[in-house]
Design a protein around this ligand. Structure first.
Ligand SMILES: CC(C)(COP(=O)(O)OP(=O)(O)OC[C@H]1O[C@@H](n2cnc3c(N)ncnc32)[C@H](O)[C@@H]1OP(=O)(O)O)[C@@H](O)C(=O)NCCC(=O)NCCS
Length: 166
């Protein structure tokens, strides 16, 4: 398996992987592939990583700039998606490791909204006061790369349609 940056040829396969994987989540809206496309169109994909095997895209991770409260410089990870037939083979972990390695070079930390039982293994955790309107606090998580204490609302890029702007 190879983790690499997306190319223009990958775009249809990325949409398929994101749609198929996110379908499994009860909270999915069906718009996740469109969010990626909007981020791409707006030049807001800080990271757009694919996992490739034998020429096929089997996993995908996006990252975009975000702020927490007044703190700029966070890397928002999401969506992270692995083709359902390839779950539990380390593909999501490989994408996450590479994303964190790259974000460390220019971000104060990574943040995301997701299942804490999965993301804790990478060092993500909830913090007092770290929130996204309408989300249970335990699913809003951060991984600071320095001593920054993330406090306040995690503001996504407007492509996520969550109200405030990064
Ligand atoms: C979540 C997801 C990206 C994980 O990818 P993956 O390639 O299956 O993950 P890995 O193989 O790296 O998993 C590593 C570990 O996480 C566990 N795991 C996988 N999905 C999990 C989940 N939803 N909750 C808890 N643990 C999970 C695996 O059992 C494995 O644990 P083990 O090593 O102790 O067996 C993938 O399951 C997926 O695409 N799910 C649907 C979309 C989604 O939930 N995206 C994330 C939220 S935006």
């Amino acid at each position: 398996m190879l983790i690499r940056d997306e190319t223009a040829n990958d775009i249809p396969a990325i949409s398929r992987v994101v749609t198929e994987a996110l379908k499994l989540l009860p909270q999915a809206t069906g718009t996740e592939a469109d969010i990626v496309e909007t981020l791409r169109t707006q030049g807001a994909l800080a990271l757009s990583l694919v996992a490739e095997e034998e020429g096929l895209v089997i996993g995908y991770l996006a990252a975009s700039a975000a702020r927490i409260g007044e703190q700029h410089g966070w890397g928002l990870i999401g969506p992270l998606a692995v083709l359902p037939s390839r779950h539990r083979q380390g593909i999501g972990s490989a994408l996450m490791s590479e994303a964190l390695r790259r974000l460390r070079t220019d971000s104060r930390g990574a943040a995301l909204v997701g299942d804490p039982t999965y993301y804790a293994r990478f060092g993500f955790r909830a913090f007092p006061g770290l929130k996204v309107a309408g989300c249970p606090p335990e699913v809003v998580q951060a991984l600071p790369f320095d001593s920054t204490e993330p406090r306040g609302e995690l503001i996504h890029h407007p492509a996520f349609g969550l109200g405030q702007q990064a």
